[in-house]
Write a protein that binds this ligand. Structure first.
Ligand code: NAD
Length: 482
């Protein structure tokens, strides 16, 4: 069995606790590795190393920092098969998606961020005074703590470390205890690039210990967190002690609106893909459908047919479309939400618990109709392959129900009508709206939630700027000749 070490100040070291926790394969329920139970002391060592190394790192020209990022991206590509299998094994992601996570999301993301070396610019602002320039600089913040969930564990390392490093910050990553193996494999690749010690560190362990220390340590300049609303709120509270900047990428409850003029085949295909992606465990994927009553029957028939066809099982097999849920708690939670929806009047058309599986946390692709806006399943994040469907009469009603959510991450609409599309673009109160396509953000976009879906955002120009402090300089010149 594999046994990993923490990565602190350029070295692989044991935790000061001497303790390990087990990592489980969610398809087989077998233990696949032992990872170090990091302590407050370990976390402080990593923060101190990041803090010290940041002084020199920030002074390197950005293009030099970019060279390290490109080397890391190359290392990720060279090890793509091993990394993808690590993700398949510990997270239950299907092989094709794990490969995409390693290459298209992670390596490409790191390369994209490296491109900002020559592109991140300050500003010169006109002054009200004669002989004065007002200069706006983009400066590094210092130490960035990246606290990660388990659902896109490898990509999220890149989403935190690449923009942080290119802008002159250093990083301490805390992976989820469900999926730490890929973070240590990433650290091995980083170690081979010769990146200066302390610039990138990985500490695994409990959220209440390692995560807590990262969010409350005064040497940390920014906490970039992706995870649940509950933990995000806790992190915000901890960070408030030192007024530490937080960037929170939290949950979602994405509505998909299917209009009566929609291409129903396209809508059924895209919503299905979105709903089963990563076994429904993606913050941005379609979590509830509003379908126009005129096309409801056709849509339900088509989505049910395609959901039923989904091959679920061992995610390492090529023919499989969907793997297991992450752990037994996730299985219990999805199961009880579906049970509750049925008690509240929803009708199960297909799916439910995978009774045929003796091992593994499998749940069948599930469709629920006769859902009502006030049901729990329409408001709480499901995080499983379950699609509740509600009928609507007109776009006003659809938009109102879609906006009736404490989440505001992504949304989508399927229509051939420009007026409906434009109204959705203007009236849906979400960070993202996808029109006639599946929900999946782009590297150069800006992934940022409204309401309880988060604060701040990632990707693109706006995402890079999140990792900087502004510094305004008022510069008087030619003073003697006024
Ligand atoms: P989680 O909130 O349970 O855990 C996330 C991380 O926080 C883990 O590393 C955990 O150990 C740590 N943590 C727990 N308690 C902590 C504390 N007191 N202080 C500091 N850190 C602590 O989330 P999860 O179950 O791993 O991930 C699923 C959630 O993530 C879903 O809600 C999903 O929507 C969200 N998510 C959002 C996005 C996005 O971009 N908005 C992307 C992926 C996942």
């Amino acid at each position: 069995m594999k046994r990993y070490q923490l990565f602190i100040n350029g070295k692989f070291v044991d935790s000061s606790s001497g303790k390990f926790f087990n990592v489980i394969n969610p398809s087989t329920e077998e233990t696949i590795s032992e990872c170090p139970e990091g302590t407050v002391e370990d976390t402080r060592k990593a923060i101190d190393a990041a803090y010290e190394s940041q002084k020199k790192w920030a002074k390197l020209p950005a293009i030099e920092r970019a060279k390290y990022l490109r080397k890391i991206a190359d290392g990720v590509r060279k090890n793509a098969d091993m990394l993808a299998m690590t993700i398949v094994e510990e997270q239950g992601k299907i092989k094709s998606l794990a490969h995409a996570e390693v290459i298209n999301f992670t390596a490409d993301y790191i390369d994209y961020m490296a491109e900002w070396a020559r592109r991140l610019e300050g500003e010169i602002i006109p002054s009200d005074r004669p002989n004065e320039n007002i200069l706006l600089y983009r400066m590094p913040i210092g130490v960035v703590a990246g606290i990660l969930p388990w659902n896109f564990p490898f990509f999220l390392i890149a989403r935190k470390m690449a923009p942080a490093l290119i802008t002159g910050n250093t990083v301490v990553i805390k992976p989820s205890s469900d999926t730490p193996n890929n973070a240590f494999e990433f650290a091995k690749i980083v170690a081979e690039t010769g990146l200066p010690a302390g610039v990138f560190n990985v500490v695994s362990g409990k959220g209440s210990v390692v995560g807590n220390e990262l969010a409350s340590n005064p040497k940390v300049g920014m906490v970039s967190f992706t995870g649940s609303v509950e933990t995000g709120s806790k992190i915000m509270e901890l960070a408030s002690k030192n007024i530490t900047k937080v960037s929170l990428e939290l949950g979602g409850k994405a509505p998909a609106i299917v209009m009566d003029d929609a291409d129903i085949d396209l809508a059924a295909r895209a919503i299905k893909e979105s709903r089963i992606l990563n076994t429904g465990q993606a913050c941005n994927c379609a979590e509830r459908v509003y379908v126009h009553e005129k096309v409801a029957e056709e849509f339900v028939e088509k989505i049910t047919k395609t959901m039923k066809k989904t091959m679920y099982g061992d995610p390492s097999k090529e023919e499989i479309d969907m793997g297991p849920l992450i752990n037994s708690n996730a299985l219990k939670s999805v199961d009880s939400m579906v049970e509750h929806a049925i008690e509240q009047g929803a009708k199960l058309i297909t799916g439910g618990r995978a009774e045929d599986r003796k091992k593994g946390f499998f749940y069948k692709p599930t469709v629920l109709v006769n859902c009502k806006q006030d049901m729990e399943i329409i408001h709480k994040e499901i995080f499983g392959p379950v699609l509740p469907i509600i009928k609507f009469k007109d776009l006003d009603e659809a938009i109102e129900m879609a906006n009736d959510s404490e989440y505001g991450l992504t949304s989508s609409i399927y229509t051939q009508n420009i007026d409906a599309a434009m109204r959705a673009a203007n009236e849906l109160k979400f960070g993202e709206t996808y029109i006639n396509r599946e929900n999946m953000e782009a590297i150069q976009g800006f992934h940022a939630g409204w309401r309880k879906s988060g604060i701040g955002g990632d990707d693109g120009k706006h995402g890079v700027e999140e990792f900087t402090n502004t510094h305004i300089v008022y510069l008087q010149y030619n003073q003697n000749k006024k």
